[in-house]
Design a protein around this ligand. Sequence first.
Ligand code: SAH
Ligand code: SF4
Length: 394
Amino acid sequence: MTVANLLEFDRDALALFCEQLGEKRFRATQLFRWIHQKGASDFGKMSDLAKSLRDKLAGRATIASMPMLSEQASTDGTIKWLFDAGAGNAIETVFIPEDDRGTLCISSQAGCAVGCRFCSTGHQGFSRNLTTGEIIGQLWFAEHHLRKRLNLPEGQRVITNVVMMGMGEPLQNYSALLPALRMMLDDHGYGLSRRRVTVSTSGVVPMIERLRDDCPVALAVSLHAPNDALRDDLVPLNRKYPLHELLAACRGYLAKAPRDFITFEYCMLDGVNDTDAQARELLALVNDKHAGISCKFNLIPFNPFPESGLTRSPNERVTAFARVLQEGGLIATVRKTRGDDIDAACGQLAGEVQDRTNAKVRMTRAPVKVHRSGSDVAVAIAAGRAEDRQETNA
Ligand code: SAH
Ligand code: SF4
């Protein structure tokens, strides 16, 4: 008999499982609350369930997140956990406390197949998708682990916001992601409002459309370039879904939720995508009369790692770039770097990935050519080798 891990099941799937055990579907709600609201993993302690059901569950089910391999705490309060995803893979989860919120940054894949130049996960290649249980298990573990540690009274939450910004491209693992998102929003689960759950994507256009219809949480889109030539090189998925398609998908997303906005993430790379001329090009892109998109820009100072060959834009450049956007009428903020002393900052999550995609070869592309002459000069892109032009994404 197979033993089911109940973290894999959203409430509908759990109801089906209860039915298969010969139990009433409503038992699933009780069980779901024990698991996700109370953090229980021992069926024996679920006092309002009949003894017969507890016995059945003990033989056929388990409640377990991935084993935690290590925990590191930053001087700024950020905590990073490394989880064992089996077969030599490990993924990372980051908790970022702030005055008025606690944000958990969750991974969706062991590695990533998109292969963005400036991302440490991308350089590691791709091993596999995480399951629903492995995705929600990061929240289950972090919430209840921290509640216990902080000795909080029952019902008091630690994690108020979730961002799918850890390792992996969440929209290339849609079927596992969707039930996990539903569990985050479920009032019998974590009860997070849809605006406090953010999916960040490098631009998987068809799945942006699916997400809008299935579970329209907050959407962040990793833009990083104002034109296709540069974006093709920085975010290879752009060759499959170029900017005009991506922006159309963003508009389509907002059509369902007109009071929302898209967060455009923009990683600031010295001499590559950070000139005033590029800021103006960005303005034109998103402000287009017929195609205006309600959006905010989040500028992320690049967090360097050796293999990238890239450097972070100087602070004054980031400020000047933000000013051009702001003067053009956009909201542009600069993301505070958190947890960089423990390599927990954006793009530094690396875990351990048993790559199946030959990333080392794939990622040794010709370097991005940087042109600087004091004023704004267009950035020329070195032509990628022929094999780099092949689509590597699912
Ligand atoms: N795959 C998704 C979500 C994970 S990455 C995506 O790309 O959107 C989360 C954010 O961190 C993205 O905006 C990504 O572009 C950014 N990022 C990646 N590497 C970075 C680095 N080295 N420095 C700063 N930001 C980085
Ligand atoms: Fe993947 Fe996102 Fe990193 Fe690009 S930035 S390689 S999509 S995780």
